[in-house]
Design a protein around this ligand. Structure first.
Ligand code: SF4
Ligand code: SF4
Length: 285
């Protein structure tokens, strides 16, 4: 266990985590929504510090990032837990797990492995990196010294405090904008839309390279109005920000849905291209 930095002490050994916008108030011996930050004797502890549940060398385009270090590999790591509960999560076997699993690894060891593998960057990905922000920071500081870039693949629900904490060490982010509809975020992800919009703008304003991804789910977020809203929101920040439109496959609690049709993806692409310079369809072979 490792004491968190992103939290406040409250009265009677209660604490408030400030890593993400849930801002959980946590009683002694309890965990926050993500399941990996626990109040132990009035101190918030990160249960997954160094416990890497997923670790791979991936092409950076798989994150997806198409405009950052193209044609390179990125050393990708993730833990268990997540601050969202997306019904369509492809990584639900780790993201929705609340026990620390995996091998304990030091920040220096992660950077050494990235260097040995020839990767130009480290990606904090697979589950939501915000929930293990303190570990991200320690890896990222060492990586930066060794000339390795740092990438967050995130749902964008991090707090301003978390972005302040990590931002100077993060070179690129792929941020999910899962929908422009508050109900979608509430019902399917267990979160709110507005903090995500805020993070996208904030990260851009800090000069971090950003790309946006939307998974198109039939009957949930594939209306013309939805595509218009998302594309317009991104364009309002910068028309050059890449938008990745990703194909949905039945998964986790959404196994009864159909695969996204090519027509739907092409519709999103054509609307996106009215407003944006870089629109890509993904997850299609
Ligand atoms: S990271 Fe978010 S979900 Fe987890 S304890 Fe902190 S505020 Fe709650
Ligand atoms: S935010 Fe990502 S990792 Fe977390 S539940 Fe949603 S899809 Fe899964």
């Amino acid at each position: 266990m490792h004491e968190c930095i992103l939290y406040k002490k409250l009265k009677d050994d209660e604490v408030q985590c400030i890593a993400c916008n849930h801002k959980c108030i946590i009683d002694e011996n309890m965990k926050g929504i993500c399941g990996v930050r626990k109040n132990v004797n009035g101190k918030l502890n990160l249960l997954v510090y160094g416990f890497i549940a997923s670790e791979n060398i991936d092409p950076i385009e798989k994150k997806p990032l198409y405009h950052f270090l193209p044609n390179t590999n990125t050393y990708s790591i993730g833990t268990v837990g997540c601050n969202f509960k997306c019904y369509f999560c492809q990584n639900y076997r780790t993201s929705q797990v609340r026990e620390s699993i995996g091998k304990e690894v030091s920040p220096k060891e992660i950077v050494d492995r990235a260097l040995k593998s020839g990767c130009k960057s480290i990606s904090y990905t697979y589950n939501e990196p915000t929930i293990f922000a303190e570990f991200v920071k320690e890896v990222a500081v060492i990586a930066r010294k060794k000339g390795i870039k740092n990438i967050l693949v995130t749902n964008g629900y991090m707090s301003k405090e978390c972005l302040d904490f990590l931002g100077n060490y993060i070179d690129a982010m792929n941020i999910d904008l899962k929908s422009s509809n508050e109900k979608f975020y509430n019902k399917i992800c267990g979160a709110k839309l507005s903090p995500v919009l805020h993070t996208i703008k904030d990260a851009y304003d800090r000069g971090i390279h950003i790309e946006i991804t939307t998974l198109i789910i039939p009957g949930e977020n594939n209306s013309v109005q939805e595509f218009e809203h998302i594309a317009q929101f991104i364009a309002h920040i910068d028309r050059n920000i890449p938008w990745h439109i990703s194909r949905f496959f039945p998964m986790y609690k959404m196994r009864d849905k159909e695969i996204t049709s090519l027509d739907s993806l092409k519709k999103a692409e054509s609307i996106g291209k009215k407003y944006l310079k870089n629109v890509y369809i993904g997850n299609v072979w």
